[in-house]
Design a protein. Structure first.
Length: 90
């Protein structure tokens, strides 16, 4: 299997955005990188677009969502992912 990405999406408690971003940037991401994780991106979502069908028509709803945090990690294989998960989470 070739390398693949993992998209992690977290809903942050209201009022905790700044503290969460600081914790991820100063603690979690440096620790995981030190264990061998490859982090491709980390960011807060400022808005969300959601598509649906209403009365047979496709519509888009736009919502300002300041509490969603996303980060992306890359793994070379399922075996590497298992080893890194063990190093990071156990």
């Amino acid at each position: 299997m070739s390398s693949f990405f993992e998209l992690r999406i977290y809903q942050i408690l209201p009022g905790q955005r700044d503290a969460w971003e600081k914790f991820m940037q100063e603690t979690i991401i440096p620790f995981q990188v030190a264990q061998g994780m490859v982090i491709h991106g980390s960011f807060m979502v400022d808005s969300v677009d959601q598509f649906s069908i209403v009365e047979g028509e496709r519509i888009m709803d736009h919502d300002t969502d300041m509490n969603t945090y996303i980060w992306i990690r890359r793994f070379e294989s399922e075996e590497q992912k298992a080893a890194l998960y063990k190093a990071v989470y156990e």
